[in-house]
Design a protein around this ligand. Structure first.
Ligand SMILES: [Zn+2]
Length: 247
């Protein structure tokens, strides 16, 4: 299983950066997880739009799904449109982004597979276990398994034992860490710190931890140190262009 980070900014893309976007490949199948703001230009530096085989979206906040629109446009607005793209999301999560263009314009460009959090999915060679994790809108964390490797991605979430369950023994925990250490009071139930991500990686006995969704301007070294105070494994920061081979 190969993971390529297209972007890892939380909330908005910093200069030259992109928001959440993760390309996960196995056996030639390309799954795009969370096409957040500005991820499509990074994607198109690597592959063509029609080479994406499926999309999984954790929740409907635009920093996780806005670039579904340019991806669908790039597949549809050509002489030989690509095959309809399977898109997996929670019910109604994509209503806003799918309504950006005039009705019908992109209808043939995708097939929407709405699932309920807790469902198990089969997406190409990936087996996916989903879990509702606490956020300000419904958010599905995902545990992806392929070729005996496991990647767990939180989407956006407050601290939860469900994160630990989903990441149990994972080869990599890709964890939202909007803040370094202190989470503002009004966000405590819905977002996490790098320190909390480290604590949960330890509890889950995950092999590696990759911190993502750092708010632009966050000190990455401080985030890594905060997570490292709780977790002894290898810790990285999700930045555009980073590739991790889990095999
Ligand atoms: Zn969010």
């Amino acid at each position: 299983m190969l993971l390529t980070i297209l972007g890892g900014c939380g909330a908005w893309p910093g200069a030259g950066q992109a928001c959440s976007g993760y390309l996960v490949e196995h056996d030639g199948f390309r799954l795009l997880v969370d096409p957040g703001y500005a991820t499509v230009p990074r994607l198109l530096e690597r592959i063509t739009a029609d080479q994406v085989d499926a999309v999984f979206i954790s929740h409907g906040h635009p920093d996780h799904c806005a670039d579904l629109n340019p991806l669908l446009r790039a597949r549809a607005l050509r002489d030989d449109p690509a095959v309809p793209l399977p898109v997996y999301s929670l019910p109604s999560a994509l209503d806003a982004v799918l309504a950006l263009d005039r009705p019908g314009m992109l209808t043939d460009a995708y097939v929407l597979h709405e699932f309920n959090a807790g469902d198990r999915l089969a997406i190409g060679p990936f087996r996916a276990q989903t879990r509702l994790l606490p956020h300000s809108v419904p958010n599905a964390g995902i545990r992806l398994t392929a070729g005996e490797r496991v990647l767990t991605y939180t989407g956006d979430t407050g601290p939860s034992s469900d994160v630990v369950d989903l990441a149990r023994g994972a080869d990599l925990l890709l964890a939202e860490a909007t803040f370094v250490d202190r989470v503002p009071q009004d966000s405590r139930r819905h977002l996490s710190s790098a320190r909390q991500a480290g604590r949960q990686a330890k509890e889950a006995d995950a092999r590696h931890l990759l911190l993502t969704h750092l708010q632009p301007g966050t000190d990455a070294t401080a985030a890594r140190a905060a997570a490292g105070a709780e977790y002894d494994g290898e810790i990285g920061i999700a930045t555009s262009g980073l590739t991790i081979d889990l095999s």
